[in-house]
Design a protein around this ligand. Structure first.
Ligand SMILES: NC(=O)c1ccc[n+]([C@@H]2O[C@H](COP(=O)([O-])OP(=O)(O)OC[C@H]3O[C@@H](n4cnc5c(N)ncnc54)[C@H](O)[C@@H]3O)[C@@H](O)[C@H]2O)c1
Length: 262
């Protein structure tokens, strides 16, 4: 018996990387997980893996940036399962890096469509079902880029800050229904999204991290698991940084630690 036995969870972008690890983690704890992803084959693959482990899951091809598609998806979940207890708003893209002065409208809008509009559409539909049961756990995937936005990624940073704004307003509106809404701000985590940067600078990034390694998708899944437990009932509107301490380091720290032989 897992701590999430009988619960229904939706993980967007569950076909790869962090979402895949979250889908595995929640299913191991007894939840029936809907793995919703733009890539149908990736979602199906993750569902097969979950079933091979003896747990329950359903795959669904979903574009989170399409409002009507999202509404139909949650109707489907409701008709099939009669409830939603957990929503993990995780689907995301890295986008192409670009200087602000050279950023084209389409690239900026694509980023907001997936991250901000997508998280909003899913949260709005899931919240209606959760309110009916007067219970829910929502985790929105923000980023360390919403602590200090990255050069060349103004669109990504702005979208991830917006997700924190959505999280905080939703936490206040839904608290009366025993629905908690939190965000996670991952640092550098190994996935398809970071393949390029890790290919260029994995050793440097690991060295700069106090815990001396790159994060793995499972590092995020474990924190998600804490936030969605029924007994985690007094944490809402929070943004949890999961980065091995990366955000703390600056050039001065490096100079001092080196001078002290560390
Ligand atoms: N990897 C990191 O270092 C890192 C750091 C901070 C935040 N994040 C965030 O974590 C989340 C997961 O990223 P990841 O690293 O696992 O990347 P990933 O590329 O491995 O996974 C992203 C998944 O989202 C899906 N997706 C993309 N657009 C979609 C859409 N419109 N509708 C439905 N699904 C869609 C993709 O098909 C893919 O399966 C993203 O929101 C990302 O911004 C990642």
């Amino acid at each position: 018996m897992g701590s999430l036995n009988g619960q229904i969870a939706v993980v967007t972008g569950g076909g790869s990387g962090i979402g895949r690890a979250i889908a595995h983690q929640l299913s191991k704890q007894g939840a029936h997980v809907w793995v919703a992803d733009l890539q149908e084959d990736s979602a199906s693959r993750v569902v097969s893996e979950i079933k091979e482990n003896g747990n329950q899951a359903t795959s669904y091809r979903l574009d989170v940036s399409d409002s009507e598609e999202v509404a139909r998806f949650f109707e489907n979940v409701d008709q099939t399962c009669g409830r939603v207890d957990i929503l993990i708003n995780n689907a995301g893209i890295a986008g192409n890096p670009s200087l602000l002065t050279q950023m084209v409208d389409e690239e900026w809008k694509r980023m907001f469509n997936v991250h901000v509009h997508g998280s909003f559409y899913c949260l709005r539909e899931a919240a209606k079902l959760m309110m009916r049961n007067r219970y829910g756990r929502v985790v929105n995937m923000s980023s360390l880029a919403a602590e200090t936005s990255l050069a060349g990624f103004s669109h990504y940073g702005a979208a991830k800050y917006a997700i924190v704004g959505l999280t905080e307003a939703a936490a206040k509106e839904l608290a009366g229904y025993q629905i908690t809404v939190n965000a996670i701000k991952p640092g550098v985590i190994r996935s398809a999204l970071t393949q390029g940067i890790l290919g260029m600078a994995e050793d440097r990034l690991a060295e700069t991290t106090p815990l001396k390694r790159i994060g793995e998708p499972e590092d995020i899944a474990k924190v998600v698991s804490m936030l969605v437990q029924p007994e985690t009932s007094f944490v809402t509107g929070s943004s949890v940084v999961v980065d091995g301490g990366f955000r703390l380091m600056n050039e001065m720290d490096r100079v001092m630690l080196e001078a002290l032989g560390k």
